[in-house]
Design a protein around this ligand. Structure first.
Ligand code: NA7
Length: 542
């Protein structure tokens, strides 16, 4: 693995065609794609290396839950054919290695300015450019501003008093140190049981003398059944990659599955149990989510799956009360389900304890540890696995000012408003990669990223070929799209859970379902159709 560039000479060009914010999987592919189109671009990246999510989330056990052969770029057949994925579900270091490989292979680093956070951007109507500012006082003029900032990149600490008073060591999963953290012999408390908690808890429990898990909402989780990839399956995928990529593009979640044809309510209990068991054994989230046509839309159908998973949890976890506490009540799939390696089993260890915060609420962090309504727990280490200001946080944290000084943050105060999750009215030549209103987090992110990057690059080419200078959603098209996204969500059970999809994990954030839930295949058709009709719904001007 190459060492991420430590730029000694920070070269920031005064003017480029495109400023790209973020050097994760979106930013890297964007840079490559725009360069191929003959455009100049600079990427600003807050970290010291590429990889985005996979650069920051270094917590123990961090792992992707889409299979490596599917969670990888498709834009280069050579890359596809040569990259030696080893595991079905790679760990964070393995994915970061891939990101670094891509950066080297396509010589990306020379146009990436590391350790530099973009602080603001202002649209200048006179010369129709963005003026982009960074925390280091850089100022760059660009025709296009492209936010490749990721959906889960603005971390969220819990809103609990006293965090700063704790005298032990604190870690946040999404800002984990680059050095190895050793928990051996330590008393550890962890707050949060989303994916980051579910993945890290079994690993921390291996080392810690005692681990106490503070759970506000339990997660649905399936065993990942990770394993080394076999040579024959890699060879088969490589031989069929083009057809597979096409299936990904046409699928619901960017991962091809057998499309269900039956309602969960029209089959016998025995048949349903068998189907759920097979999906559970397969170690694939999408397999379980796609067992029946109506798991996402019918409470009754969903309840069958919920009850089945509750049974599984009770089979694994020996202590009855702990098992009860680990069983989620919201509909399966309406908060992001997890893939785990020994998560529920970890609660059978004598030195692992679960505190159900719904019964005994968290009161404060103290000098010594954590106090709940019942008692104080003493720790050497507290781990915050408390998630993100998802989907909008990384966008609204940058002071983006569009036409007439319009603030993106203020415009979105009652929930994000976009057209296709790509642009927002009042913000010309601003593009978002996997923005709210697109399938994004409900899909294999790399499939959605590539689709957006290709679409944005094509839109820029469309303008350039015609001597046009600006593109911006019309308010009418945006309103219609927002209504459509909301309507689709209203047909589902998603709004019934307090999830980060709904912004419900951030106090004060408007509760609205942010991703487009119609599937990546349908969504792609819509985007292609918009482009084919000369960017219908956008005003395009000279
Ligand atoms: P998540 O899934 O948002 O999980 C955060 C967890 O932290 C979740 O269990 C929260 O409970 C909990 N949390 C947050 N604030 C508090 C407070 N104040 N008190 C107690 N508990 C709290 O983030 P992750 O990093 O685990 O995963 C993010 C995504 O990464 C994941 O969905 C995958 O797509 C990969 P809550 O559920 O809000 O009650």
């Amino acid at each position: 693995m190459s060492v991420p560039a430590q730029q000694s000479d920070r070269t920031v060009p005064p003017s480029v065609d495109a400023v790209i914010v973020g050097a994760g999987f979106s930013g890297m592919y964007l840079l490559h794609k725009l360069r191929l189109q003959g455009l100049t671009a600079v990427v600003f990246e807050a970290g010291t290396g590429v990889g985005g999510t996979w650069y920051w989330n270094r917590y123990p056990g961090a792992r992707v839950d889409v299979e490596s052969l599917a969670y990888s770029y498709s834009f280069s057949e050579d890359l596809e054919q040569e990259y030696p994925w080893q595991k079905r579900y790679p760990t964070q270091p393995e994915i970061l290695k891939y990101a670094n490989h891509v950066a080297d292979r396509f010589d990306l680093r020379k146009d990436i300015v590391f350790r530099t956070r973009v602080s603001g951007a202002t649209w200048n109507e006179d010369d129709r450019t963005w003026l982009v500012r960074t925390e280091h006082e850089d100022a760059v003029t660009a025709r296009f501003l492209i936010m490749a900032t990721g959906c889960l990149s603005a971390p969220k600490l819990p809103e609990i008093p006293g965090i700063e008073t704790f005298k032990g060591t604190s870690y946040q999963t999404s800002r984990w140190p680059h050095e190895q953290v050793d928990f051996t012999g330590l008393r550890v408390g962890i707050i949060g049981t989303g994916s980051s908690g579910v993945q890290s808890i079994p690993v921390i429990a291996e080392q810690a003398a005692e681990l106490t898990v503070f759970q506000r909402t339990p997660s649905y989780s399936l065993p990942a059944r990770n394993r080394p990839l076999r040579d024959d399956e890699v060879a088969e995928m490589r031989a069929n990659y083009r057809a597979y990529r096409q299936q990904q593009k046409e699928s619901g979640a960017g991962v091809p599955v057998v499309v269900p044809t039956k309602s969960a309510l029209e089959v016998s209990d025995a048949e349903r149990d068998k189907t759920f068991e097979e999906a559970w054994e397969s170690g694939s989230l999408v397999n379980l989510l796609s067992t029946y046509t109506d798991l996402a839309t019918s409470q009754e159908a969903n309840d069958t799956c919920k009850r089945w998973i509750h049974r599984k949890i009770h089979e694994i976890v020996r202590d009855e009360q702990t098992a009860d506490d680990l069983c989620p009540e919201y509909p399966f799939g309406t908060k992001r389900p997890c893939l785990d390696t020994g998560y529920f089993e970890t609660f059978n260890k004598p030195d692992v304890h679960l505190v159900n915060l719904q019964r005994t609420p968290l009161v404060e962090v103290t000098e010594k540890g954590i106090r709940t309504a019942e008692r104080e727990y003493e720790f050497d280490v507290i781990v915050y696995a408390t998630g993100f200001d998802a989907m909008t946080g990384a966008l609204t944290n940058v002071d983006i000012r569009g036409r007439d000084g319009l603030s993106l943050k203020e415009t979105w105060s009652a929930g994000p408003r976009t057209y296709l999750g790509i642009g927002s009215a009042g913000f010309p030549n601003l593009f978002m990669i996997t923005g709210p209103g697109s399938p994004s987090v409900l899909s294999n992110m790399i499939v959605s990223i590539e689709q957006h990057v290709d679409w944005v690059a094509d839109a820029i080419a469309h303008l350039d070929h015609r001597g046009l200078r600006t593109i911006e959603p019309t308010p009418a098209a945006q309103d219609e799209w927002v209504d459509h996204v909301n309507l689709l969500a209203s047909y589902t059970l998603y709004p019934r859970a307090n999830s980060w999809y709904m912004g419900a994990n951030v106090p004060g954030k408007t509760r609205v379902f942010m991703p487009y839930c119609g599937g990546v295949g349908e969504y792609r058709k819509k985007c292609d159709d918009v482009a084919a009709k000369g960017y219908e719904g956008f005003s395009v001007a000279a």
